[in-house]
Every structure is written in C-alpha cells, then in structure tokens.
Design a protein around this ligand. Sequence first.
Ligand code: PAF
Length: 280
Amino acid sequence: MWAVTGPGDLGARIASWRAGGRRIAFVPTMGNLHAGHLALVQRARALAERVVVSVFVNPTQFAPGEDYDSYPRTLEADRRRLEAAGVDLLFAPEVRAIYPHAVQIDASYPVPTVGQGLEDAFRPGFFSGVITVVKRLFDLVAPDVAVFGEKDYQQLCVVRAMVRELGLPIDIASVETVREADGLALSSRNQYLSAHEREIAPQLQRTLREVAAAVGAGETAFARLESQAMERLRGVGFVPDYVCLRAVETLRPLAVGARAGVVLAAARLGRARLIDNVIF
Ligand code: PAF
C-alpha cells in the first residue's frame, strides 16, 4: 500500500493508474476506522481495480464547541487496517494540503436542498463543510466511483445530489450500516459512551425499527409515530434531536399513505450524539 500526504504525490500515483487504464474507487473517511469503514473498502475493491482511502478529520464540518480537537486520531492503526484490507493508496493529508489558502467552506456551490433540515437544523454548516471537503477530495482523487455508508443517510443523499447537480463523472455507491450484535450502528463516536450508556444505545435502532414496522403495517399518523418515538427515547435516557419519517430519495416529509420511506434520528446520549436510520 502506498501512503501519501501531499496532493502532488497523490496525483502522480493516480495519473500512472489512469495511464494504465485502471478504474479507481475512493472511500473518504475521517479515520479511527472500524468494521463499518472496512465494509466500504470491501465494496470499493469489488467496484474497481485500485482503491484509494483518505483519512482526514475535516475542520470545516465541525461547529465551534463540537469534538474537532478531541476527535479520535489513530493514523498508524488505520494504516495497518487499510493495508490488511487490500487498499492500494492511503491519502492522509495535512489541513493545509486540503485548505491551502484558508480553512473555510467553499461558498461557490450551495448545499443541495436535500441537505436542509434534519442534521442541518442541529448542526448548521455541517453539510457545507462536508460538501467542501468531498468536492476537494473528488478533485484530487478523480475517482470513477466513491463509496459512502448509509448510516450518514442524509450525507449520502447530499453527496449524490452534488454529483448530479455538478455533473461530476463519479458513481456514488452506498453500503448498508454495519451494526454491533445488539443493533447499535458502528461509529467512531460510540467510544464516548459510558458502560451504562452503551447498554441503552441499541434502543435507538430498536425504536426506529418499531416506527418502520408501524408504517409498514399501515399506520398513517406519522407525526404521532415520530413524537411517540421521541418520547420513548427520552424515557430511556436519550435527549433526541429528531425522529423523522421521510421519502427515501428526496428526504421530503413522507406522504400520507406511503409504505416505503426512511426513518431518521439523531439523539444525544451522555457525551455522544448518535445518528441512525431504518429504510423500509
Ligand atoms: O462521513 C464522514 O466520515 C465524513 O463526513 C466524510 C465524508 C469523510 C467527509 O469528511
């Protein structure tokens, strides 16, 4: 596995693969890799002959007061895991390689409408930061295909919309959320949970499954289902930001009578903010 930190070295390696006609898959990450990331890598390997993974904790997607400084950085362990997983190139840039002029969002392209509401209501500016870094990474890597997880479902929709709106020649592939045996979605932020909170955490996924099952069984009072789910989460110790039933692609509020959709949630549990979703 090649490991590079500069855009020049990255570009040279990519150019040589392109000259040889290789198809390139890209997995952007913020590191502290777990089995969820490795599932993205596996998909990437199935989709292309060369796999590039970036590890970069992107400052512009953290609001002041969020966990940018304390976000777990485990580059050496990440490098070993990626090498063992058959990755061809690790791109682990410094902040100035991604933001050569100033650490700020790229205002030239506004966040697509699918990025309004939900996460954006509680983390204003988050998707501007994600779009900025993903666009920059796409420029540098120029992949044929990029792989994202379904756990960050709204992020996946935002990236798909960006690629479509800007006409980028990149396929976006998605991978189902990888879960612990008790249903908790894998996340680097799970390590912020105390032992007691870790026991409570799978209730998030269970609650969303119940909402999805109720809709599947014909329940149409969506607002009531959402507020009951919020209540249930509060009852076991979460501080929920939202539980929302939405259309799978547009993320618009679910139309009455719809039997297919996605239920998305974010909830604080102690120091951690967990997000999850169930597609039905
Ligand atoms: O999902 C993430 O880990 C990040 O938001 C991403 C896509 C790597 C951009 O920093």
